[in-house]
Design a protein around this ligand. Sequence first.
Ligand code: CDV
Length: 313
Amino acid sequence: MPRRLTVGAAQMGPIARDESKSEVVARLVALLHEAKNQQVDLLVYPELALTTFFPRWFVEDVSEFDHFYHREMPDADTKPLFEEAKHLGIGFALGYAEIAVDGGGVEHRYNTYLLVDGDGGAVGKFRKVHIPGHAQYEPWRQFQHAERHYFEPGPAGFGAWRAFGGIVGMAICNDRRWPETYRVLGLQGAELILIGYNTPLYYAPDPTQNALAGFHNHLVMQAGAYQNGAFVVGVAKGGIEEGVESLSQSVIIAPSGQIIAQAVTLGDEVVSAAVDLDFCGTYKKTLFDFGYYRMTEAYGLITERRGAEPPPE
Ligand code: CDV
């Protein structure tokens, strides 16, 4: 399998609350065609790429929002995307809201990414681990961020899969702010980390952070790429969606931590980069040779302790 491929970030502009699934899928297919023009092998769509970012509204009974979720993937709505991608020979990662039913018949709602190879085969599924925001209605907010009401954390953690000639991992939005995300993937040898996001530019708990949203977005992904010797593809759904402005600035980042492609619009746009996965070794086999340099005996607190506990006074 070649270790060189072209990866694409399929940034999206806003999706209206009443936009139909078929309209959205038509946009995703148009992005696929643009990706084909750019000779993309693997196209990464954003978090919740099939719907508006519905956690900005609170409904007490989550089942009222079931129409935003998918029970199967592909289903009748998304089949045209899967068929066109297979026809074009492009693999993709698709973010969507998932309802999964367990062996006991209990429904679980996840914020999910599905990775599909260029032959249309499902490679792996990732369910968002770090669920930000709040679980109750918070009337003081201009808009809600009730992800903790609508999604449970993915129980499987951060997996990595052999695909596209390398080792691929996924993370979703808030996951990208946590160094543990990248390190757990790095410890599985991940060479390509795919991350979709919806990041409102107004952060209600502390608006002093608003002006830094773009900086923080790139800071965490560039650090994650460098410290783990991996390419990172970070893909936004940005622009003003139902009155809420979200960050765009989708990027492709090299293992050196350098941004090698960046979106320039606030809307639907494909940016791509030819990547050589062997370049990961430049970092994985030197400064970040984990097996040689990591000091696990000094890291116990990382998994033993959840919140910070300062030393006694
Ligand atoms: N969709 C997200 O996970 N958004 C979060 C919020 C907290 C802004 C983010 O980390 O970008």
